[in-house]
Design a protein around this ligand. Structure first.
Ligand SMILES: *[C@@H]1O[C@H](CO)[C@@H](O)[C@H](O)[C@H]1NC(C)=O
Ligand SMILES: *[C@@H]1O[C@H](CO)[C@@H](O)[C@H](O)[C@H]1NC(C)=O
Ligand SMILES: *[C@@H]1O[C@H](CO)[C@@H](O)[C@H](O)[C@H]1NC(C)=O
Ligand SMILES: *[C@@H]1O[C@H](CO)[C@@H](O)[C@H](O)[C@H]1NC(C)=O
Ligand SMILES: *[C@@H]1O[C@H](CO)[C@@H](O)[C@H](O)[C@H]1NC(C)=O
Ligand SMILES: *[C@@H]1O[C@H](CO)[C@@H](O)[C@H](O)[C@H]1NC(C)=O
Ligand SMILES: *[C@@H]1O[C@H](CO)[C@@H](O)[C@H](O)[C@H]1NC(C)=O
Ligand SMILES: [Ca+2]
Length: 528
């Protein structure tokens, strides 16, 4: 079916013929083409050469596309590979997708999501393959690709290839990513303001070096699993989490296991200190353990007392207990310190301390930090940023996104009404890192389950909201998240929740209103 206003790349030749006659490598100097194929709707594409650590061996494609993959050098000791997927039914839009962790992994599910919605979509390996950081070792060029160059290079090239393929100018250009991808989006706005008209940047891993130091700090706090005062996942999940909910769940008026605004929760673990009871079954905490819990939630400070990175937001402990507090070094922090920061493959993560943090911050490998105090170039060319953060994020504290907002507002001299013109930040209660969680977390923030079962419409979908904002000037005031029963679309909608833009807060209308009815909550100002 041909939708009105959509370009269809047929001409006289079929789309398949036009695809197979395309020679992208002839238009990109020094490039090597590794794939060119017409992929009919419904194909389950497989990627036999994809690095196994990426855990992305196949992807179902729901529309007819032309798929081209290219490799190009970025220096005499680095290269990127990238995929450009060109849908037969094209909206005139391009979409670039981000990466995660310290990878190295093309997010095929996000590329498939982009083409399914009419975007010509690109994804890169970010300069190296796989989830490990060992390629960074003694090769700053690979770190530079990771920090910004792979995304920028592939974006510039894929935009021109897209225009060439369809024989029409582009309408608008977008970015979608979460975590490291969120950082890539913010970095692009800062460094290459012309690359994107609209950037959807979830749970951004900004202030990257300090984030990785903060993450590395947990293992020395918790110790290894067998160490004397180690707090088990069970104790985190029950004793500590239950006490935290006792103190903070009903601050929002609803006992539902979700803390609507964790900035209001000043969790004190002291009531858990063992008195007459002993901590043998984990029902209370030793003095050392109470101290550990405090350290986990406290802001992380430099020796001179200034903030390095904000503390973990309360509410994330159930998953963090198996991750950052799980009694083993955080793998991506180990990779980052060993290979990018210290160039010491034998570095022992149990010895991490503030000297390492200082080295990382000073070196700032590849200019990765991503901590702008202004995005005025991006704003003045009309660029828009939509960011969101799960308030049960177990890998990047959501307080860091509050901090970025405040930093930009202060740096640009903007009040929130002025920020709203180009930068909107939505807090998502009950969402873990980027997706899943007990809250209404389906927002269209990526491929797979994050976009299934909801319409591609601005009210429900962050990418659709961004398109409306850029192309029609209609900015999203809130985003309606959806929770499916058992996170299965087939089971139907459990509830919806309206996620407010910062600094507004979601406030319950009070007794008598069904908390699962989205209209029982309002976005209200946080000013008293
Ligand atoms: C279109 O394709 C048909 C069959 O391949 C060919 O006969 C015809 O000349 C083509 N028309 C144009 C305008 O290229
Ligand atoms: C292509 O490779 C040649 C030879 O290695 C190099 O001189 C040239 O700068 C490269 N071109 C681009 C655009 O990278
Ligand atoms: C796609 O193919 C792979 C490899 O053969 C298989 O593991 C996967 O289950 C398939 N996916 C679907 C949705 O059929
Ligand atoms: C990365 O993997 C792709 C296949 O997915 C391969 O073509 C490319 O050569 C690899 N790059 C490096 C630097 O190993
Ligand atoms: C690679 O390029 C750098 C400059 O970018 C140069 O200093 C170095 O000598 C080159 N190495 C080789 C092996 O050509
Ligand atoms: C405190 O130390 C940090 C890290 O060395 C430094 O960036 C910051 O400027 C210092 N602040 C003050 C007030 O000295
Ligand atoms: C960190 O540890 C090293 C030894 O591994 C030591 O030299 C240094 O003083 C320590 N730094 C701090 C801030 O404790
Ligand atoms: Ca609650």
């Amino acid at each position: 079916m041909v939708l009105p206003g959509l370009a269809v790349a047929t001409g006289n030749a079929t789309f398949q013929d036009r695809c197979l006659a395309f020679t992208p490598e002839a238009h990109v100097s020094n490039s090597t083409r590794t794939e060119l194929q017409f992929v009919p709707a419904g194909t389950n594409l497989t990627f036999p050469d994809n690095d196994a650590t990426c855990n992305r061996a196949s992807q179902v494609v729901s529309v007819d596309i032309c798929r081209a993959t290219l490799s190009i050098p970025t220096s005499n000791r680095s290269s990127i590979t990238f995929e450009v997927w060109l849908p037969e039914v094209w909206t005139g839009r391009t979409l670039a997708t981000g990466n995660g962790g310290i990878d190295g992994c093309i997010k095929y599910e996000d590329i498939a999501y982009g083409v399914a919605n009419g975007f010509a979509t690109v994804g890169t390996n970010n300069g190296h393959n796989g989830t490990r950081g060992n390629d960074f070792y003694q090769n700053e060029d690979i770190v530079i690709d990771f920090a910004w160059r792979a995304l920028h290079t592939s974006t510039v090239i894929s935009k021109s290839l897209t225009a060439l393929f369809y024989g029409e100018p582009l309408v608008k250009s977008y970015f979608l990513g979460c975590s490291l991808g969120g950082r890539q989006g913010i970095k692009a706005a800062e460094k290459f303001p012309e690359d994107f008209d609209g950037i959807v940047a979830g749970s951004p891993a900004v202030d990257f070096n300090n984030l990785y130091s903060w993450r590395a700090s947990f293992f020395p706090i918790t110790g290894a699993i067998a160490s004397p005062d180690f707090i088990s996942a069970k104790t985190w999940n029950t004793t500590i989490h239950d006490e935290l909910l006792r103190q903070c769940d009903e601050l929002d008026g609803v006992k539902d296991g979700i803390i609507e605004d964790p900035t209001l929760c000043d969790f004190r673990p002291e009531p858990l200190l063992c008195g007459l009871c002993t901590n043998q079954n984990g029902n209370c905490l030793s003095m050392v353990q109470v101290d550990m819990v405090k350290k986990v939630y406290n802001d992380y400070l430099w020796p001179n007392g200034t903030l390095m990175f904000p503390g973990m937001q309360p509410g994330s402990e159930v998953l963090a207990a198996r991750g950052l507090y799980g009694g083993s070094p955080w793998p991506t922090s180990v990779g980052w310190f060993r290979y990018a920061v210290l160039a010491d493959p034998a570095w022992d993560a149990s010895k991490y301390n503030l000297t390492d943090a200082s080295i990382a911050a000073t070196k700032d490998p590849g200019d990765v930090r991503t901590w702008p105090s202004s995005l005025s170039s991006f704003e003045s060319r009309g660029g828009k940023i939509l960011t969101y953060h799960g308030l049960q994020d177990q890998q990047i504290t959501s307080f860091n996104s509050d901090r970025l907002y405040q930093r930009l507002a202060a740096g640009m001299g903007y009040k929130s009404e002025r920020m709203d013109l180009f930068y909107r930040y939505f807090r998502v209660p009950g969402m873990f890192h980027c997706n899943t969680g007990p809250g209404a977390w389906v927002l269209g923030q990526g491929g797979g389950a994050a976009a299934k079962g909801i319409p591609f419409q601005p009210e429900h979908n962050v990418l659709a909201a961004m398109v409306d904002w850029v192309e029609k000037g209609v900015a999203p005031d809130s985003i309606m998240g959806t929770k499916f029963v058992g996170d299965d679309v087939g089971n139907g909608v459990a509830h919806k929740h309206r996620h407010c833009r910062y600094p507004l807060r979601s406030v319950y209308s009070g007794v008598g209103h069904d908390p699962l009815d989205e209209n029982s909550w309002q976005c209200q100002t946080t000013e008293a």
